[in-house]
Design a protein around this ligand. Structure first.
Ligand SMILES: Cc1ncc(COP(=O)(O)O)c(C=O)c1O
Length: 354
């Protein structure tokens, strides 16, 4: 089934063979590198050499951590790179489409637009969950990928896994489930256990959130080997650089820090929810399984700007479908959250008194 969905030019593509595909040790005079060394030192790293195009040591470390086979893993320059690669593998420009369930993460549509691929939109339901019937009714065979985001950005909620299973069974598309925020949800909600059962499922994850590594640009996907092989076929030869690999490997010496981050963020989220609920002008604090909170508030756009004038930057999402007057607030440190609540209270009180 996967092969039938892949673009013909990608199926026929003779990929770039990199210098390190066959030999990675010995006197390396094959890749026009600088054999004398590099201008910068990074402990234990040989920066004058190209990094491993097969991402082997990284895939092995992550496979051991996740308890899955390394052959189901692929790393990208952020999960954003993988979104783009998937569209390039499966969608013929000018002909094919992706489906997105709005409101959701903006990069699916942007990547599709860049690749001249249409985005078909189906709205989430009033609980911001999948409207399975609408997705199936609007599905057509030009829709090669359906992007789902769970927990969804910017609404914050997990999607229903049974609905995801229905789409995996009932549509002939690749189903991407973007789990960028899954570390903040109650355990057991990931779709990772469905990977062996559904060859058309791709899970996207990132080191930018719970791991605190947005600066190294590292994301990964979990999928069946056929899809993984296509990703390796189309990616730039050495997409993951040595600095990123080093930071990744060091982070595995320190998993407890990641768990502590998650705990602190979840504690602070409860504080923020409690304080936001005390503010009368906040009409709704939506439930969140992520590291951010969506709120509905009077005059959202002007209040977002007034907060920005005070140096507190949150995201105005009110132009998105279903999100009239909605703002998205990332959970900060206790001090940052207190400042947000204080400033918002002052701004809103001023409006009351006018
Ligand atoms: C749902 C979702 N997916 C992917 C990303 C991008 O992640 P990365 O930093 O790995 O490119 C984001 C970033 O905000 C996101 O919200």
């Amino acid at each position: 089934m996967i092969n039938d969905l892949v673009r013909i030019n990608i199926k026929n593509l003779k990929p770039y063979t990199s210098a390190r595909d066959m030999y990675s040790q010995g006197i390396l005079l094959d890749a026009n590198e600088n054999s004398f060394g590099s201008i910068v030192e990074l402990t234990g790293e040989t920066l004058n050499r190209y990094p491993d195009p097969h991402q082997l040591s990284m895939r092995e470390s992550l496979a051991a951590y996740l308890g899955i086979s390394f052959s189901k893993l692929f790393f990208g320059v952020g999960s954003d790179e993988i979104i783009d690669l998937l569209i390039r593998i499966f969608c013929d420009p000018g002909k094919d489409s992706i489906m997105i369930l709005e409101p959701t993460y903006g990069m699916y549509k942007v990547s599709a637009d860049i690749n001249d691929v249409r985005s078909e939109t189906v709205l989430l339901n009033d609980k911001f969950d999948i409207n399975t019937e609408a997705v199936i009714n609007n599905w057509n065979k030009r829709i090669k990928i359906i992007f789902l985001c769970s927990p969804n950005n910017p609404t914050g909620n997990l999607l229903n896994n049974n609905s995801i299973k229905t789409l995996l069974q009932e549509t002939k598309s690749i189903i991407v489930v973007d789990e960028a925020y899954i570390d903040f949800a109650v355990e057991g909600n990931s779709c990772i256990d469905m990977i062996n059962e559904y060859p058309n499922l791709v899970l996207l994850r990132t080191f930018s959130k719970a791991w605190g590594l947005a600066g190294i640009r590292l994301g990964y996907c979990i999928a069946n080997e056929e899809i993984i092989n296509y990703l390796f076929k189309v990616k730039a030869p050495y997409n993951i650089n040595s600095f990123t690999r080093k930071a990744f490997q060091d982070s595995f010496l320190n998993i407890s820090t990641k768990n502590d981050f998650v705990k602190s963020i979840l504690n602070e989220k409860q504080y923020l929810i409690k304080e936001l609920n005390k503010i009368k002008q906040v009409e709704k604090v939506f439930p969140s399984d992520a590291n951010f909170i969506l709120i509905k508030i009077k005059d959202a756009s002007s209040n977002q700007k007034l907060l920005a004038d005070e140096g507190i930057i949150i995201r105005d999402r009110s132009s998105q479908p279903l999100l009239d007057n909605c703002l998205r607030i990332t959970v900060g440190t206790h001090e940052q959250n207190k400042q947000l609540i204080d400033s918002l209270t002052i701004i809103l009180n001023k409006q009351k008194s006018v």
